[in-house]
Design a protein around this ligand. Structure first.
Ligand SMILES: [Fe+2]
Length: 307
């Protein structure tokens, strides 16, 4: 018997992050220097403030960065307090996007049209008040030009912080249509909407409304040596790793941006190829070995009981 359900998102992917920051220009310069994102010509932004890419502009101007001069933006840096302004999820199939909107409305979730020539879709708020831009297909051609040692391939997942894991899982699975891949006790949940083990994860940190961290893909293990050397050269300390996560089985290192946001580089994430096979979400023990198979260290920002 098939376990495919009609509310599941089959091919969604994260697309961009809108980040509040007290200093958009400094943050943009950091991401240009470290991960090779480029200031790009904005063709429109769903934000309420007009977008701009001018290095000479004051810190009141939002900035967009992407992979190369063309294609979708990956980061939108918005002047204000450091924190999550919004995040984007691409649903390439227009019929899926339409069905999702109807389902959201049936559940009483308010939707607001995105006012953007670049993105066709709508925004919603999740139970923690995180604003999600749900939109159709975007131009990902810039992701094809990765230079493994100097530029990751793509932005791959975001992990949301929360104080209410159960409510968040219920919203993302039962209403939005993500599939629960793995769970670590009552602390962590990993969600997928396609092949990758997770594109969204949720962790109980005791407070919601922001991301815990977000991650870029690099191509393989060999790249980690280059990236560790490169970050050392840039005097950007590696805050956790190299290691391998249990859930997702992905290799990782992490470092912080100037606003203290945790940024991950990842490779070899587990993928799922057979949507028709029965799959029960795995439940992992909430301990340090689960989040780092290679020795069980946990990052300095986690409480020992919340690995
Ligand atoms: Fe992660």
């Amino acid at each position: 018997m098939s376990i495919v359900q009609d509310h599941w998102l089959q091919t969604a992917a994260v697309s961009h992050l809108g980040l509040g920051t007290p200093n958009p220009r400094a943050l943009a310069a950091f991401y240009e220097r470290t991960v090779g994102l480029q200031l790009r010509e904005a063709v429109g932004t769903p934000s309420t403030v007009a977008s701009g890419v001018d290095h000479e502009a004051g810190d009141s101007a939002p900035i967009q960065l992407g992979w190369g001069a063309t294609g979708h933006h990956v980061l939108e840096l918005l002047p204000g307090e450091a924190g999550l302004d919004h995040f984007g999820v691409e649903i390439p199939d227009q019929a899926d996007l339409l069905r999702l909107r109807e389902r959201l409305q049936a559940h009483g979730v308010g939707t607001t049209e995105l006012n953007s020539p670049e993105l066709s879709g709508f925004s919603i708020d999740d139970p923690d008040g995180n604003c999600i831009h749900l939109h159709g297909r975007i131009d990902r051609t810039g992701e094809h030009t990765a230079d493994p040692g100097r530029r990751p391939i793509r932005y791959q997942h975001a992990t949301l912080a929360t104080a209410n894991l159960t409510k968040m899982i219920s919203f993302y699975v039962d209403i939005l249509g993500f599939r629960l891949t793995d769970r670590m006790g009552d602390v962590f949940a990993w969600l997928r909407a396609g092949r990758d083990h997770h594109i969204i994860a949720i962790v109980d940190t005791g407070a919601g409304g922001d991301i815990d961290h977000y991650s870029y893909d690099v191509s393989c293990w060999e790249d980690f040596k280059t990236w560790c050397d490169r970050l050392a050269e840039l005097k950007v300390p590696i805050s956790w790793g190299p290691g391998r996560h249990g859930p997702g089985n992905n290799l990782f290192i992490m470092f912080d941006d100037p606003d203290g946001r945790h940024v991950e580089l990842s490779a070899e994430m587990e993928r799922f190829w057979d949507d028709l096979s029965a799959y029960e979400p795995r439940v992992w023990t909430p301990d340090a070995v689960t989040v780092n198979l290679w020795g069980g260290q946990i990052p300095s920002w986690r409480k020992p009981t919340r690995a």
